[in-house]
Ligand binder design. Structure first.
Ligand code: AMP
Length: 177
């Protein structure tokens, strides 16, 4: 990926302090989407990072993982799968629970969307601790293989990459803080 694209992405991310709670510096990617050329360039860079690997589908994590997830799947010319919070998907689902800082959460995927033994690339906008992406991986692994993880942003000080590496070494993010 070019240095110019990296700079353009960083310039378009809005830092919002203390959102959604005190102490969190929220990386707001919505300004990126106001720039159609930049949005397309990001989708292409995400695809370029994985185009030589065997990817049968992209699974995006609700909800910001859908924004570039669908575009990435289109660039790779593969299906897009929605991973959602429990209770949102209408048809038969697979489920995976995971621990949060306080309590736990459950995510789901339509059972028929994940093809047996297929290679699924998991995408989200941002990697922080890796807990969400790891849960998504365990969900996919109920039926298929995790071919890799794709993020626009990764927050390296939270060590998410280390926790995902035990699933696959194929982890990419366009920019790192
Ligand atoms: P984690 O499970 O800790 O890796 O958190 C990743 C999920 O939380 C992703 O779906 C992100 O969209 C969201 N997230 C966590 N931290 C931030 C942040 N500082 N700015 C924006 N989104 C965040």
């Amino acid at each position: 990926m070019s240095k110019e694209l990296e700079i353009n992405i960083k310039n378009s991310i809005r830092d919002v302090p203390d959102f959604p709670k005190k102490g969190i510096l929220f990386k707001d990617i919505t300004p990126i989407l106001l720039d159609s050329q930049l949005t397309n360039n990001i989708a292409q860079a995400l695809a370029d990072a994985h185009k030589h690997k065997k990817i049968d589908a992209v699974a995006g994590i609700e909800s910001r993982g859908y924004l570039f997830g669908v575009l990435l799947a289109q660039k790779l010319e593969v299906p897009f799968i929605l991973i959602r919070k429990a209770g949102k998907l209408p048809a038969k689902t697979l489920q995976q629970s995971y621990k949060l800082e306080y309590g736990s959460a459950t995510i789901e995927v339509h059972e028929d969307a994940v093809k047996e033994n297929s290679n699924v690339l998991i995408h989200d906008d941002l990697l922080a601790t890796g807990g969400t992406a790891e849960a998504a991986a365990f969900l996919v692994q109920q039926k298929a293989n995790v071919a890799g993880f794709s993020f626009v942003i990764s927050l390296s000080f939270l060590n998410g990459v280390e926790s995902l590496q035990k699933i696959t070494p194929n982890i990419t993010s366009l920019i790192t803080y």
